[in-house]
Design a protein around this ligand. Structure first.
Ligand SMILES: NC(=O)c1ccc[n+]([C@@H]2O[C@H](COP(=O)([O-])OP(=O)(O)OC[C@H]3O[C@@H](n4cnc5c(N)ncnc54)[C@H](OP(=O)(O)O)[C@@H]3O)[C@@H](O)[C@H]2O)c1
Length: 235
């Protein structure tokens, strides 16, 4: 990827499928942190409505707009993908022509069995190893894929309290991973951890199914904390 990772704040983040709980939660938290956000949707009006709601919660200083997904994609080079797994491949194929070289695609997709009528506490096998690796096969050359935010509760992201969880970030592009860790660390209470190569997304995605099972069993909003690493491992 191109550009200085430290300049993330100056670049808009397009959240593709940003009208669902995961996308709106990330948008809310990043808008509060001063990031410029473009909500993407199949329906431009729905995207604008969600953007207006987020502006209403954040205040006049919020920089949040709404666009149809392709337009959002073309208007940003930091792309956050928050769509259900069963639509991920089709969405990426549709958006491929709108993605510009040097962009990063942050993928939060969890291949839950619920998407095909199974249990939310189970995952589907993905030929490529993980949803993030499937995404990496589908983006144009020159677009880096990062896996992150799988283990963060959208319910809590949409609230006002600081979170109590870590975000494990996996990518084969160190600059894209660093930028994503910087964005994760802008969410109060979140520590970002370098999780290594994109292939490790396979494990991180699976953890979400366990968290959903724990949420059902204990009626909560589980997250994860990694302990025992040196301080510099946490951002
Ligand atoms: N919810 C969580 O707590 C959580 C936490 C971590 C990760 N995740 C992952 O993040 C992703 C999004 O989660 P979510 O709960 O926000 O999902 P969601 O509400 O089911 O879907 C998000 C958005 O995807 C779009 N979408 C739905 N079907 C589509 C289709 N056939 N084609 C194109 N777009 C479609 C919709 O936007 P429009 O109708 O406006 O286009 C919808 O608002 C999932 O992969 C999930 O596994 C979720």
């Amino acid at each position: 990827m191109s550009g200085d990772p430290a300049s993330a704040a100056a670049r808009p983040i397009a959240i593709l499928g940003g009208t669902g709980p995961a996308g709106t939660g990330l948008a809310l938290r990043w808008a509060r942190a001063g990031e410029a956000i473009i909500i993407g949707s199949r329906d431009a009006q729905r995207a604008r409505d969600v953007a207006a709601r987020i502006r209403g919660r954040v205040g006049f200083e919020a920089i949040v707009s709404g666009m149809e997904n392709s337009a959002a994609c073309a208007a940003a080079d930091i792309l956050m993908l928050t769509v259900p797994f069963e639509t991920q491949a089709a969405v990426l194929k549709q958006l491929k022509p709108a993605m510009t070289e040097g962009s990063i695609l942050i993928d939060a997709t969890v291949p839950l069995a619920a998407g095909i009528g199974g249990r939310a506490s189970r995952t589907l096998g993905v030929w490529q190893g993980s949803a993030a690796q499937q995404a990496a096969e589908l983006v144009p050359k020159g677009v880096s894929v990062v896996a992150a935010f799988h283990n963060v509760s959208a319910e809590l992201l949409n609230g006002d309290a600081p979170l109590d969880c870590d975000v494990i970030v996996c990518s084969d592009d160190p600059d894209a991973a660093q930028l994503t860790r910087e964005l994760a660390a802008k969410i109060p209470g979140v520590r970002a951890i370098d999780g290594g190569k994109l292939e490790n997304a396979r494990t991180v995605e699976q953890i979400t199914a366990l968290l959903i099972g724990l949420n059902i069993r204990h009626k909560g909003h589980a997250g994860i904390r990694i302990t025992g690493l040196p301080p510099q491992a946490y951002r």
